[in-house]
Ligand binder design. Structure first.
Ligand code: 8YV
Length: 342
């Protein structure tokens, strides 16, 4: 039987990892634990995982690995910890894990700044027509030459940015955006302390609907939970200002992709920059078509993808595992309670 407090020495820790991790992380983990990496880099195959699991005490997962109640029930009885290599953990049924006596951890903080950098890059990319100008025209040799009327985008300074979720990443985005001259607006579960609002120059909106109707750019920085699923529904997206645009580096489940495509197609929204898509379904065909027409910028879930960030995520996973195997509560334990409505 699994007991949360059992003491196990580090060297005995049997770990199974769902996929390959950056070399530096794998080397470090292999030096510390008895570890097996799934040789597949991209695909997640529950059957292969179960076959590789052996008597694993720890399972290391990533965002596209669906660790649902059914899989948790079929994992070996030795499993006591699911250590997510990532900040978000909506791929894991934390309630089912908890009910089975399995602890869950994640790697917050270490990817905050990298993700905020990418958010800023995407916020800049739509109004300044970055992908179209820098990538397509020169690469394809379709640039007719410079003219004062050519490639006119829209100025970022003076526009209003609406941040949905002013948590760690949202705050890091606000700090950057302020330097670019954007007025910061936000909504979220709770209003921030006056000194935080003052430091960011941030204006709080108790209603998401009202904020959407006020801002020029909407950027999503809230996790995907039962309560945030489809918060940007067709109806709410329709409230956005004419000419506004949307940035999503969080989770695809937060918004209605078909409605977003329609609003860009109709010209109501000037565009969108999306880093996340429903992994199983792939990219929505209409959004892909809009990307071909340079109305939408699509990046393949690159928000936190820096070598430094990945190494720090690996270190955080290792700290969580070692602390747990030493019989203590890991620093980044995730609890099953819902995070509550936005
Ligand atoms: C990474 C992410 O792809 O951490 C998250 O929540 O969405 C991404 O930054 C992920 O960490 C890798 O598992």
């Amino acid at each position: 039987a699994r007991k949360q407090g059992d003491h196990v020495t580090r060297q005995q820790g049997k770990i199974v990892v769902t996929r390959r991790l950056p070399e530096q992380v794998e080397t470090r983990m292999a030096a510390l634990f008895d570890v097996r990496f799934n040789p597949e880099d991209i695909a997640f195959d529950p059957a292969a995982l179960l076959a590789a699991a052996g008597e694993a005490e720890v399972l290391v997962t990533s965002i596209t690995d669906r660790i649902d109640a059914g899989l948790i029930a079929r994992m070996p009885g030795s499993l006591r910890l699911i250590a997510q290599f990532g900040n978000g953990f909506d791929n894991i049924d934390v309630e089912a894990a908890h009910a089975a006596g399995i602890t869950v951890t994640n790697t917050p903080s270490v990817l905050t700044e990298d993700t905020a950098d990418m958010a800023m890059a995407l916020i800049l990319s739509v109004p300044r027509r970055l992908a179209e100008g820098a990538h397509v025209l020169l690469r394809d040799g379709t640039w007719p030459g410079w003219s004062p009327t050519w490639m006119l985008g829209r100025r970022l300074g003076g526009k209003a940015l609406g941040i949905v979720g002013l948590g760690r990443i949202g705050t890091a985005v606000a700090r950057r955006a302020r330097v670019f001259g954007l007025a910061i607006h936000y909504c979220g579960r709770a209003r921030k302390a006056p000194q935080i609002e003052e430091a960011l120059g941030a204006t709080w909106w108790p209603s998401l609907e009202e904020m959407l109707a006020h801002v020029d750019i909407v950027s999503l920085h809230t996790p995907h939970t039962r309560d945030t699923y489809n918060i940007l529904s067709a109806e709410r997206l329709g409230l956005m200002k004419r000419g506004a645009f949307l940035v999503n580096l969080s989770r695809p489940e937060l918004l209605d992709e078909a409605a977003l495509a329609e609003l860009v197609e109709s010209g109501h929204l000037s565009g969108a920059a999306l880093d996340v898509f429903e992994h199983k379904r792939g990219v929505n065909a209409r959004l892909l078509e809009l990307a071909r027409a340079n109305k939408v910028i699509l990046t393949p879930h690159m928000g936190s993808a820096t070598l430094e960030g990945r190494i720090e995520m690996g270190e955080t996973v290792i700290v969580n595992i070692r602390t747990f195997l030493d019989g203590h509560t890991p620093p980044h334990r995730v609890l099953p309670e819902g995070r509550g409505p936005l």
